[in-house]
Design a protein around this ligand. Structure first.
Ligand SMILES: [Zn+2]
Length: 273
């Protein structure tokens, strides 16, 4: 499943091909994915210029003067910029045509989404799907004091509070496990009992973990142009994620796996207290 780093790497990859460009057409090959595509999308976007690209959580944003196109990759989606005349494959569901090229969305499992937010409907931050999101983990608004303050009355384990996404967005299962390892915090620790000092370590760990993933992805997925460009999700080496029973890279203790709210957590009982 694409997480925040994959979406950010995708955004950086497609940005030079889209920013400032005029949309000439939108080709929809089915009625929608997780939700219906806006039926008037071709009329809405043809002849309009993409001002810039952005990202909010796992939503990739194409900013227009009259609104924002939100693209979510769901469970299995990916985007590439291709020659618009390249015949679509089975799971290529929508093309945003920009001159000779197309931003093509492929999504075999069809949990992705393409939605329109009209500028007339107000600020994007007020959008139903956006307003519930916490702060961006790579931006200045994310800091230890915020983590500390917003967790004082949370008795849930820190791992689940991170995954909930209402305090900080985009720290998914992989990056929550990895960040907690880097910060030396046991995933079962009650969020409300963690000190400001330890949240300072966690904030730095979350930033470092996501930044490393984006960097790794950037070097794996250099080419968003053309059919030969890789479009899968990048592999990284993890401290604890998916390493059950293997030795901790720091102390050698076997990595443990537990279930927290239906999700697997991985940790080292010796390094994480
Ligand atoms: Zn260890």
């Amino acid at each position: 499943m694409p997480e925040l780093p994959e979406v950010e790497v995708t955004r950086r990859g497609v940005e030079p091909h889209l920013s400032g460009k005029l949309v000439t057409d939108v080709i929809m090959r089915r009625a929608g994915l997780r939700w219906p595509f806006p039926t008037n999308l071709p009329a809405l976007l043809a002849g309009r210029r993409i001002l810039t690209t952005g990202r909010r959580g796992k939503y990739l944003l194409l900013q227009f003067e009259h609104g924002t196109l939100l693209i979510h990759l769901g469970m299995s989606g990916h985007l590439r910029v291709l020659d618009k005349n390249l015949p679509p494959a089975k799971h290529d569901h929508i093309d945003i045509v920009v001159g000779e090229f197309a931003l093509r969305m492929t999504d075999p499992r069809r949990f992705g989404a393409v939605l329109w937010h009209d500028a007339a409907d107000g600020d994007l931050e007020e959008h139903l799907l956006i307003r519930q999101l916490g702060v961006e983990p790579l931006e200045a608004g994310f800091n230890p004091e915020l983590l500390y303050k917003l967790t004082r009355n949370r008795s849930a384990p820190i791992k689940q509070v991170l995954l909930a996404g209402d305090i900080v967005v985009g720290v998914g299962n992989i990056y929550a496990s990895e960040s907690l390892f880097r910060a030396g915090i046991n995933p079962k620790t009650q969020a409300g009992r963690i000190s400001l000092k330890r949240y300072t370590l966690l904030e730095a760990a979350i930033r470092a973990t996501l930044a490393a993933a984006i960097e790794a992805g950037g070097s794996t997925l250099k080419d968003f142009m053309g059919v030969d460009g890789q479009s899968g999700y990048f592999q990284q080496s993890y401290f604890v994620y998916d390493r059950t029973g293997e030795p901790c890279r720091v102390c050698g203790e076997a990595v443990r796996q537990i279930k927290q709210g239906q999700r697997s957590s991985f940790y080292c009982a010796k390094c994480q207290k």
